[in-house]
Design a protein around this ligand. Structure first.
Ligand SMILES: Nc1nc2c(ncn2[C@@H]2O[C@H](COP(=O)(O)OP(=O)(O)OP(=O)(O)O)[C@@H](O)[C@H]2O)c(=O)[nH]1
Ligand SMILES: [Mg+2]
Length: 423
């Protein structure tokens, strides 16, 4: 596929970066992020070109004067790739490539290239291939358009057009195969098992590079991949998180967000993002030391709405407290690196979890080792008191719902055994 060859991820290459503000705005934050994206894709920004536009030019996005300037500066830098911090139509790409005599890569293609480069599991490889194909398919016509003029005679098909039909058909067939394989893959099986077992599900979410995987590792003593790279994580990893003195919940780490996360990725990574949608609680992880941390937080909040997790309860976690940064007015400050604040975070999760459970007072009039052990294994026990008759009184909350506890109480009928819900 033409667009897959037009990625800068394959080799280290110098690029010219074009950022355009529609209306007013500052280029600085976007330049930094785009430079980081280019670097992650294996390139280096040799020159930054800025433009403020009232509205994009339909033909070449930047207008022909600016396109000529891009061509000049690319030539002066000796580079042959121009990256745009925008999505371009196939027609705009074709025109810009003609004027600049460079390969033109748009924002979505750049992000897709990074995902393709970082995909390590079968599932994420299939997901990224699907996302790339879906992005490419409607653009194939633009890519082949100039060949179709080679056709001769009324009603005959030019070789380019025939090729276009073949490519489209191949792309559609491959999309169907990928979708079927993805559906067949047992995605999120651990999550589903957790859902069946009624485990409380906590998900780490946030902007890419905020330190989500580092937090998973620090909290669960695990070894998820951590890198100073954008989109290091493309799969969902779930681990058991032991809340001291309370019980165990499931903690999941997944793909990070970015401003204008391409729609094709959101659609293809649907099952990976299930970890976020199905969570009972989100730990919204933000880099507290980042100058535009508030903007990034609002992008994450909007992305959560976009993927259908806008209403899930959340705890705001400012990570990288060891690096300083302004003290936040709300949320919990932690450092995955030094462990600072992690106990406060665990306490906050525990309090939230306990508040979601239904609490009961269970009274046993005589000793019943079996039932007592069952309660200790399957309930959060806030207190247990031995009675004069050798029985006991538990204040407890069944972690997987009250059904089984109620059944056990009922089965023990004939003895004084009470189960009273907290009012
Ligand atoms: N100083 C400092 N660096 C941290 C901390 N937590 C994470 N980092 C660094 O931040 C970078 C990104 O960390 P990750 O845990 O990979 O971030 P992520 O949110 O999982 O990123 P993606 O998976 O790419 O979305 C790495 O270089 C980490 O070493 C922290 O508390 N302090
Ligand atoms: Mg990660």
């Amino acid at each position: 596929m033409a667009s897959m060859e037009r990625t800068p991820g394959d080799s280290s290459e110098n690029v010219v970066l074009v950022t355009v503000w529609i209306g007013r705005g500052s280029h600085e934050g976007r330049d930094n992020e785009m430079a980081q994206l280019v670097r992650t894709a294996g390139g280096t920004v040799a020159d930054f070109i800025h433009q403020n536009l009232a509205k994009p030019d339909a033909g070449s996005f930047v207008g022909s004067g600016k396109a000529a300037e891009i061509a000049e500066r690319a030539k002066a830098q000796g580079v042959s790739t121009v990256v745009f911090d925008h999505n371009l139509t196939p027609g705009q790409v074709a025109r810009l490539e003609r004027i600049t005599e460079c390969k033109v890569v748009d924002r979505t293609e750049l992000i897709l290239a990074i995902f393709a480069q970082n995909a390590r599991t079968v599932q994420s490889r299939l997901q990224i291939e699907l996302a790339q194909l879906k992005y490419t398919l409607p653009r194939l016509s633009g890519m082949w358009h100039h060949f179709s003029r080679l056709g001769a005679g009324i009603g005959t098909r030019g070789p380019g057009e025939t090729q276009l039909e073949v490519d489209r058909r191949r792309a559609r067939t491959r999309i169907a195969v990928l979708e079927a394989r993805l559906a067949a893959l047992e995605t999120g099986s651990k999550l589903r098992r957790a859902a069946r077992s009624g485990m409380f599900k906590v998900s780490l979410v946030g902007y890419t590079n905020a330190g989500k995987s580092s937090l998973l590792n620090a909290l669960c003593n695990s070894s998820a991949l951590v890198e100073d790279k954008l989109f290091a994580t493309l799969d969902t990893t779930s681990r058991r998180l032991v809340l001291p003195g309370s019980g165990t919940v499931l903690l999941s780490d997944t793909v990070g967000f970015i401003e204008r996360l391409p729609e094709t990725l959101v659609a293809s990574f649907r099952s990976t993002l299930d970890a976020v949608r199905e969570a009972d609680l989100l730990l919204l992880v933000a880099d507290g030391n980042c100058p535009d941390r508030d903007e990034k937080l609002s992008i994450v909040t909007k992305t959560l709405e976009r993927i259908g997790a806008g209403d899930t309860p959340r705890i705001l976690v400012w990570n990288k407290s060891d690096l300083g940064g302004l003290p936040p007015s709300r949320g919990i400050s932690v450092s995955a690196l030094t462990g600072d604040g992690l106990n406060d975070l665990l306490d906050a999760v525990t309090i939230f979890w306990k508040n979601t459970l239904a609490w009961y007072t269970v009274t046993l009039d005589i000793p019943d080792g079996g039932l007592e052990n069952w309660i200790r294994r399957n309930c959060l026990v806030e207190s247990s008191v031995r009675t004069d008759s050798g029985g006991s009184v538990f204040h407890c909350a069944p972690v997987r719902g009250a059904g089984e506890l109620a059944a056990r109480v009922k089965a023990a009928s004939g003895r004084l055994l009470l189960m009273e819900a907290d009012s």
